[in-house]
Design a protein around this ligand. Structure first.
Ligand SMILES: Nc1ncnc2c1ncn2[C@@H]1O[C@H](COP(=O)(O)OP(=O)(O)OP(=O)(O)O)[C@@H](O)[C@H]1O
Length: 269
């Protein structure tokens, strides 16, 4: 029987450049749901996706995908797990020299030996799913930013992943493209039965399609739950500051620094 939790992270700790980013964190990503990961810039959201994808090794803790440990497994197991994960990174540029069709065909050609007619059918199905079958012969330079993001999404679902991770998928989009992408992410989640994880600074937009939310701040999870539950936590000052985007609150404006007078004295020595 398939577990309710598709991906489970237990007691994750991770440092970068001796800076502790995660201190003993637990996450449960429910199968078939959209989970948003929110938090201030630099808190480690992209890093979390890279840890899940196996691009970075954990310092300590466990990552279980379909109940199988993928943090300390063999290369073979990691490769099999990675094949079931699609990733859409903001910087995940398309190959400029390839057509839209060939960009989406790329992972299929890499992983399978398919005859051209089957490959073509699969690519056209993925492009149809993102509404861009008609753009198959265009080059990336001929696409708008929103269209390019949708082609990257078609490429991310080319191998029929179970889980898809989006890193800032809406950044830099005009309101119409943003809504098209939001609708698409929600629809694909439902029609393909995906488990989706979205990292985004577009708090209201991402919460409009998410089922569950984790809010990170200062090495820990400051709030988690369904979207409704998160909005009810009005006594959580850190969460409220973040959700409402207030400059005043528990999140300090100043990055940790020595006393100003000490720095000035040093500068004038
Ligand atoms: N390649 C790297 N090498 C060393 N440190 C890195 C590297 N990439 C990121 N970091 C550091 O890790 C921390 C977390 O970065 P990360 O990109 O995961 O944060 P984020 O929450 O996704 O930020 P943002 O919302 O601004 O994208 C930051 O302090 C960053 O400087």
């Amino acid at each position: 029987m398939k577990q309710l939790n598709h991906l489970v992270i237990k007691q994750l700790s991770f440092s970068r450049n001796e800076r502790l980013l995660f201190d003993n964190l637990d996450f449960n990503f429910e199968r078939g749901k959209i989970t948003a990961i929110l938090g201030p810039s630099g808190i480690g959201k992209t890093t979390l996706l890279k840890l899940i994808g196996g691009q970075l090794p954990v310092d300590s803790g466990e990552i279980l995908f379909n109940d199988q440990a993928i943090h300390n497994c063999s290369e073979k197991v990691r490769y099999q797990a990675r094949k079931k994960m699609g990733m859409l990174f903001q910087s995940g540029a398309l190959f400029n020299e390839l057509s839209v069709f060939e960009n989406v065909a790329f992972p299929l050609r890499e992983h399978f030996k398919l005859d051209e007619s089957l490959l073509s059918t699969l690519v056209l199905m993925k492009l149809e799913a993102v509404g861009l079958r008609g753009a198959k012969d265009l080059k990336p330079s001929e696409l708008s930013g929103g269209m390019a993001r949708r082609v990257a999404l078609a490429r991310a679902i080319a191998l029929d992943p179970e889980l898809i991770m989006y890193d800032e998928p809406f950044t830099g989009q005009d309101p119409i493209s943003m809504n098209v992408l939001l609708k698409l992410v929600k629809e694909l989640n439902k029609t393909l039965g995906l488990t989706s994880i979205i990292v985004s600074h577009d708090v209201n937009e991402v919460l409009s399609i998410a089922d569950n939310v984790y809010v990170l701040a200062d090495k820990r999870i400051i709030a988690k739950g369904s979207v409704d539950e998160i909005f009810k936590q009005t006594d959580n000052a850190l969460l409220q500051q973040f959700l409402l985007g207030k400059s005043e609150g528990p999140v300090p404006f100043h990055f940790k620094a020595p006393r100003f007078c000490d720095d000035l004295e040093k500068a004038n020595r």
